[in-house]
Write a protein that binds this ligand. Sequence first.
Ligand SMILES: NC(=O)c1ccc[n+]([C@@H]2O[C@H](COP(=O)([O-])OP(=O)(O)OC[C@H]3O[C@@H](n4cnc5c(N)ncnc54)[C@H](OP(=O)(O)O)[C@@H]3O)[C@@H](O)[C@H]2O)c1
Length: 339
Amino acid sequence: MKVIEIKGAFGIENLAPSERARPGPVGPGQVLLRMRAASLNFRDLMTVRGLYNPKQPLPLIPCSDGVGEVVETGPGVTRVKTGDRVATCFFQRWCAGRPTLEKAASTLGGPLDGTLAEYMLLGEGGVVPVPAHLTDAEGATLPCAALTAWSALVTQGDVKPGDSVLVQGTGGVALFALQFAKLLGARVMAISGSEDKLARAMALGADHGVNYKTTPRWSKAAREWSGGTGVDHIVEVGGAGTLQESLQAAGLGGQVSVIGVLAGASKELNILPILMKNVRLQGIFVGHREGFEAMNRAMARHGLKPVVDSTFPLDQAGEAFRRMERGEHFGKICLSHGC
Ligand SMILES: NC(=O)c1ccc[n+]([C@@H]2O[C@H](COP(=O)([O-])OP(=O)(O)OC[C@H]3O[C@@H](n4cnc5c(N)ncnc54)[C@H](OP(=O)(O)O)[C@@H]3O)[C@@H](O)[C@H]2O)c1
């Protein structure tokens, strides 16, 4: 079968088409998928560049997120059947409850081979049906970015109608958070480094937008927008470079969901706002399958469509990664397997 793999050394330039044996035979509890689409996450870009886990053995088929059709099921499979269209779970073995080291190590796109392959052999517990109203590419955006936003706002967030939510940037996680927050009846402020992208975020439903390049101290604007009380929930993807501003922007009893490291992973931090404002700092690591299924039910019920920035043919995966690297995207970059 045809795959795209990182071969020899890390780097987008080392991402190349290759041939591997089609996986099989299909064992008890397993499903064979013929893959149709994939999507890119910032983590995949870091993996390809060797920055996520430099000790990851190569070759590796990258990317955690994809959609495929079940073409064969092994003995004892009950959750899906041949012909079903399913999405891959980021964690192959985290179904519900708290994560464990073993569950946290079961991620696709490193250490396990990922979705840029014609076929994948997975456990039936590692896939979920895709909502019928979504295209293959749209379905492929769900496993990591969408579920992370859902976990932040719903599973571990308890956002309520009328709450204020701040999202950072206009990438995959942020735009899903914007859409889910609106679906929950919350008010949303978006920050972006681009006026054009801010206008698009407003068109998507954001109530207020601030440019973090022209207004680097955006916490003041956020507090004003919230009516002076501070923001109830902040979807923090900047990391060390934005966390202090997020803590300044947060209201008493608010939550900062710590998700990303776009602006660095470590920096000196004044922790006083955390205790003085009774802020809940909640780390988010994607989420479990139960959350994925709950999110899909909500998306189907409301006909919610992911924001797809662009779709590239599978063999142009390098071009897709370069678009992400340049930060040109608004929403999700997808790949089509051409079937
Ligand atoms: N913990 C988890 O489970 C988890 C899951 C998914 C993602 N993540 C992490 O979350 C982050 C975002 O991931 P993603 O896949 O959504 O990335 P993405 O689609 O590449 O989005 C990145 C966007 O963030 C914005 N941005 C960059 N620097 C910023 C800054 N200093 N302040 C505010 N916004 C900034 C930019 O938007 P504008 O162009 O509009 O400025 C950029 O387009 C990454 O660090 C990723 O590793 C973590």
